[in-house]
Design a protein around this ligand. Structure first.
Ligand code: ZN
Ligand code: ZN
Length: 452
């Protein structure tokens, strides 16, 4: 595109979101300094009102593809699809080194293998949380933070203008069921040494209070399961490894076996088990075990909490699952939230499940806590700003409404230089106050479900 902004000053630090700002999904963030670019995350979206369900939606990478020789590397904050999902498809157009934690790297390798994609030349470098490394001129460190998947990290980027903290997705979970807890001392240390800019998760910034701890979900599920007499189906996000573990512990406490239904649940569970995150829970069975286990002695964890037509729960609801048939009296527990845009698909699926005379239990239907978000609510966002004491804040990972809510929190915490960017905007971060100085091509690349 010829009218892209090109007047980059070598001494200035720039930030350009090519996805994830002004929307949920397909996160792609670029940091630029002195002719070098650093990419943080390269994700997908699954949902867009103009495209059929199941379409693969990726960020338009034309801007950075044209500069790929100057792209020093890609850092993946964690293994969620909205952060890592486009790597398999777009990396051949970028060919830069990739830095990821062992869990995210294992997930990427498994995904490439499952899709028959083989890039022997891919330079995938494993970085443990806490480790420091250089990506071109950018001095980086992955810092542990709690979220809903193991090894979620914030990225610390030391630049000539100061320290940038790119939070990735996070929450403050005091008792995470998998992985490290968050590191208050480290965030305070960064704050006392000085943070130029925090680029932060806006997902729940408009929700007051806190997101809640995973341990309360485990207790809630344990209590709920204890009063359900028949077979229990539970659905959650496949990537929510912490939730899978909470379900397994709740099932064990009720003397029930856990059966997994759905390819992506198996993929995440295998990686979690390989890396030791499931050492203290029993091995899972596949749906074929249902023939041998009495109905009141199992919990079947299913993919498809968002009503995805090809996922296990939808196929069970329509009677099309080859190995699992729901029968009257079964209970279906939704340990998940509705992602905006999926209301219709979920409602249709729940109606079908109820018609099959099954009890459907959502987080709203029960007094027990059976769901907690993986993203920080307003009090947690404020807490993080109080630790980091950033001079500047840039809210990302959300629609404009969410970004604005995050911006308001930052201002209440005393941050005066706050800017909520939109995809494609070129933000000059430093020197001087933040400012949108131009626009580059952004948008989406869409593949229909058959094409990938
Ligand atoms: Zn995310
Ligand atoms: Zn995430």
């Amino acid at each position: 595109m010829t009218d892209d902004f090109t007047d980059f000053k070598p001494e200035s630090l720039y930030f350009i979101p090519l996805g994830g700002s002004g929307e949920f999904g397909k996160n792609l963030n670029l940091y630029g300094w002195n002719g070098h670019w650093l990419m943080v995350d390269l994700g997908i979206s699954f949902h867009h009102p103009d495209h059929p369900p199941g379409s693969l939606i990726m960020p338009d990478i034309a801007f950075i593809e044209q500069r790929r020789k100057a792209l020093t590397g890609l850092i993946i904050t964690h293994a969620h699809e909205d952060h890592i999902g486009a790597v398999a498809y777009l990396w051949p157009r970028l060919r830069c080194p990739i830095y990821a934690t062992p869990f995210a790297a294992a997930f990427l390798r498994a995904k490439l293998r499952d899709n028959g994609m083989d890039y022997p030349e891919m330079d995938l470098i494993e970085i443990n949380p806490g480790e420091q490394f250089y990506v071109g001129p950018f001095h980086c460190r992955m810092a542990s933070i709690t979220h809903s998947i193991p090894e979620s990290t914030m990225v610390e980027i030391k630049t000539k203008h100061g320290r940038v903290v790119h939070t990735g997705d996070w929450k403050l979970d005091q008792v995470p069921s998998v992985g490290d807890t968050y590191d208050t001392a480290l965030y305070e240390e960064m704050g006392s040494e000085g943070v130029l800019l925090a680029v932060s998760d806006s997902t729940n910034a408009n929700i007051p209070g806190r997101s809640g701890d995973e341990i309360d979900v485990q207790y809630g599920l344990t209590k709920l399961f204890s009063r359900l007499p028949h077979r229990i189906f539970v659905t959650c996000f496949s990537s929510n490894v912490g939730r899978i573990k909470s379900i397994a512990r709740a099932a064990a406490a009720n003397d029930r076996k856990v059966i997994l239904a759905g390819r992506s649940l198996w993929r995440f569970s295998r990686i979690a088990r390989d890396l030791g995150y499931f050492d203290d829970i029993e091995k899972f069975d596949g749906p074929e075990a249902l023939r041998k286990i009495p109905r009141h002695k199992c919990v079947v964890v299913c993919t498809g909490s968002q009503g995805e037509p090809m996922a296990a729960l939808s196929r069970i609801a329509t009677g099309q699952h080859p190995k699992i048939a729901a029968i009257p009296g079964d209970h279906v527990v939704f340990s998940s939230r509705i992602i905006p845009g999926n209301e219709e698909e979920i409602a249709t699926m729940q109606t079908r499940l109820k018609l099959a005379a099954q009890e459907v239990i959502t987080p709203q239907d029960t007094a027990e806590t059976i769901y907690a978000s993986g993203h920080p609510c307003a009090d947690e966002v404020a807490q993080m700003y109080n630790w980091l004491k950033p001079q500047k804040v840039m809210p990302v990972h959300g629609t404009t409404v969410h970004q604005q809510a995050n911006a308001e929190i930052a201002k209440r915490c005393g941050v005066t230089d706050v800017l909520a960017p939109q995809n494609g905007q070129v933000v000059k971060v430093a020197p001087g106050p933040m400012e949108v100085v131009g626009q580059v091509q952004s948008g989406m690349l869409v593949s229909s479900p058959e094409e990938y």
